[in-house]
Design a protein. Structure first.
Ligand code: GAP
Length: 439
């Protein structure tokens, strides 16, 4: 399917089935703000939980935090964002369209061919005021990245947790950027979520740890179900590096709408000791670390892994969208992994007459897995809806179930079916969720 067509279908599926809506749609929509619907919020949380498990829960060396969105203005002065976090902007003198200067070639408008203005700097941070008086003393910023408050909290975290080097601090949360060209669905929005981890290490270990984290992060995307052949690594050239980085490699995905065919999913950067030193200088506080093992005081270097929740969500959907034909009928199927699927089980009585007995089965399963109960329409239609939202297993209660106290489990991708006694259903499903569908 041509990429453009796939993207159109996916955006429409997201709206129709409750994954993503445009925010403020009844008022014409707020450009580049998106709301996650009932299925979208589940998929998004499943992605975040998978990241949190991989980066925090299953490791001994990474701690989690959840810091404030409205941040002390000095944090952003010290970090260099007030000075450097700008994009060059150009306007078309004829049609008034606005572009990032680095995304247009020459001095003519890509939309109408009109003349473009000289580039001028446009600050990307959202500014707000704390308290009732809107003056300079009350200015605060919405964070444009989640990591900076980790650096500002560094001393507290070290004092609380007493870690040895290397160790990491991770957080998932909202970030805000007043992007000039916010477009391409949830790929570039002004409010978005990041999954970031700062790994503090001895300076001499940074290069090797950067390679380690690139490999860890690639494995995580593959585990989510993103095809490795759709990913690539792109090291940044010297001129492209952010003001804080000595090296950076992006993990890119084949987003269909991006010029050149690949767009950034995540950046893995060596931030050196830039941030801790900057906060030490600006705050006057000591943020050095006593490395007990080496018997010396150091300012640790940092390897950062910084990914976007929305971009991962989009890549997961693009890679799981399939159209196939079953018994002469077309179906759309989201081949989401059971870990990510918003609904894990559907309990479907074959007929309304079987509703009470099927509900009793649903009551057993619902406390254990996110499950839907659906009795409306033909069984074929109900299977197709479940395929379209990515539900991996449907459990059908039919007229034989009344006799043999068994139900049928249907697997979404292979369409394989197995008959299971209701009294063994939890045990069998637990095995399937842990080890996969039996061959
Ligand atoms: N702390 C480093 C940092 O913020 P970044 O490359 O600017 O680095 C990291 O952002 C990730 O955040 C990107 O790889 C992308 O997934 C996500 N991201 C950045 N800007 C975004 C936007 N406007 N909309 C959606 N996601 C965005």
């Amino acid at each position: 399917m041509p990429d453009e067509e796939l993207m159109k279908k996916l955006v429409s599926l997201c709206k129709r089935l409750g994954f993503v809506y445009q925010s403020g749609e009844i008022y014409g929509g707020l450009q580049s703000a998106w709301d996650y619907g009932p299925l979208g919020v589940e998929l998004k949380r499943n992605i975040e939980n998978s990241w949190w498990n991989a980066m925090v829960r299953t490791r001994n060396d990474v701690y989690g935090v959840d810091t404030a969105i409205i941040t002390h203005p000095e944090v952003w002065r010290a970090s260099g964002h007030v000075e450097h976090f700008h994009d060059p902007l150009v306007d078309c003198r004829s049609c008034k369209a606005r572009f990032r200067a680095d995304q247009v070639e020459g001095r003519t408008c890509p939309d109408c061919g009109g003349e473009l203005t000289e580039p001028r700097d446009f600050g990307l941070m959202f500014k707000t005021f704390m308290g009732p008086v809107e003056d300079e003393a009350a200015v605060a910023f919405l964070r444009p990245e989640t990591c900076q408050t980790i650096f500002a909290d560094f001393r507290n975290i070290v004092n609380s947790m007493r870690p040895g080097l290397p160790f990491g601090v991770a957080q998932i949360g909202k970030a805000f950027r007043n992007e000039i060209t916010a477009r391409n669905f949830i790929f570039r929005s002004r409010e978005f979520e990041q999954m970031e981890m700062e790994y503090f290490c001895r300076p001499g270990d940074a290069a090797q740890l950067m390679e380690y984290w690139i490999s860890e992060r690639l494995s995580w995307y593959a585990k989510l179900g993103i095809r490795p052949s759709n990913l690539r690594l792109r090291p940044h050239g010297q001129a492209e590096l952010a003001h804080y980085a000595s090296a950076c490699t992006d993990i890119e995905y084949t987003f269909p709408f991006v010029q050149g065919g690949y767009g950034e999913l995540e950046g893995i950067a060596c931030r050196t000791d830039y941030d801790l030193k900057a906060h030490m200088a600006a705050s006057g506080q000591d943020l050095t670390f006593i490395d007990q093992a080496a018997g010396e005081k150091v300012v640790p270097h940092v390897i950062e892994t910084s990914g976007g929740v929305g971009r991962t969500f989009l890549a997961v959907l693009l890679d799981s969208y399939y159209e196939d034909v079953i018994e002469g009928r077309e179906r759309v199927v989201l081949r989401l992994s059971p870990e990510l699927a918003p609904v894990k089980l559907a309990i479907l009585p074959l007929s309304r007459k079987l509703e009470p007995e099927a509900l009793a089965v649903a009551d057993i399963l619902r406390p254990l897995w996110p499950a839907e109960f659906d009795v409306t329409g033909s069984i074929g239609k109900r299977y197709r809806r479940m395929d379209e939202i990515g539900t991996p297993f449907c459990i059908t209660y039919d007229f034989d179930s009344q006799q043999d106290a068994s139900v049928t489990i249907r697997e979404r991708d292979s369409l394989g079916q197995i008959r299971v006694p209701v009294e063994r259903l939890v045990e069998v499903l637990s095995g399937i969720f842990a080890r996969g569908w039996p061959d």
